[in-house]
Design a protein around this ligand. Structure first.
Ligand code: FES
Length: 208
């Protein structure tokens, strides 16, 4: 057992309570502290509360900024535009869909970006005599890029597993409409497509 000096200078056993610093400090012990101020725990709590408050403020403001700035960043896209996408010779008349990038000038509120990929299309030629058919590679459900699976003869969307037949019909999945078809024009040995984007989710084919 621990001992301490009493008022008369004699050693006396200490109370067990004195061994536990968790006991509430007396007003006297505060008054004798060399550095007055809030306990460290309170400072940390205040800093933590302040940090959480700032974070909450940022999370509240950022979506608002996004809503304001997004229309400015949104690309200016013509409703439709004829764009040269391939040479006719690059589309064999075998009924197999082939993917081609759509290259054009991309324009936003501040700048022009010439020669940028703005989308993709699939071109299919069923015979030498028939003009190519064209499908947008953008899934009508939520805008993912569909992939052509030659083994199955189907287009499939990797995002939510919509599947489309060779003619664009929906075979399965959540897509609300068939693949969007685009007009094709053959000029000499070149294939031009009337390229445009359509709104997602809707059953009707409505240009963006
Ligand atoms: S985006 Fe294609 S199925 Fe959802």
């Amino acid at each position: 057992m621990d001992h301490s000096l009493n008022k008369r200078g004699a050693y006396a056993p200490r109370s067990p309570k004195a061994d536990f610093p968790m006991a509430a400090p007396t007003p006297k012990s505060h008054a004798s502290s060399a550095t007055p101020g809030p306990p460290r725990r309170n400072v940390l709590a205040a800093l933590l509360a302040g940090g959480l408050g700032a974070l909450a403020g940022v999370l509240t403001v950022v979506p608002g900024i996004n809503v304001l700035v997004r229309p400015l960043l949104k690309e200016k896209q013509a409703a439709s535009k004829k764009i040269r996408v391939a040479l006719l010779a690059a589309i064999p008349p075998d009924g197999v869909a082939r993917s081609f990038p759509v290259i054009d000038e991309r324009v936003d509120q501040w700048s022009r970006y010439p020669g940028e990929k703005i989308g993709s299309v699939y071109l299919v030629r069923d015979s030498v005599e028939a003009p190519p058919r064209c499908f947008s590679a953008t899934c009508p459900h939520l805008g993912c890029a569909v992939e052509y699976k030659p083994q199955q003869g189907e287009f499939r969307c990797p995002c939510h597993t919509s599947a489309f037949a060779q003619d664009g019909r929906v075979l399965s999945g959540p897509s609300p409409r068939p693949l969007d078809t685009l007009e094709v024009e053959v000029r000499g040995d070149q294939v031009w497509v009337d390229y445009q984007k359509f709104r997602s989710v809707l059953a009707e084919k409505i240009p963006e």
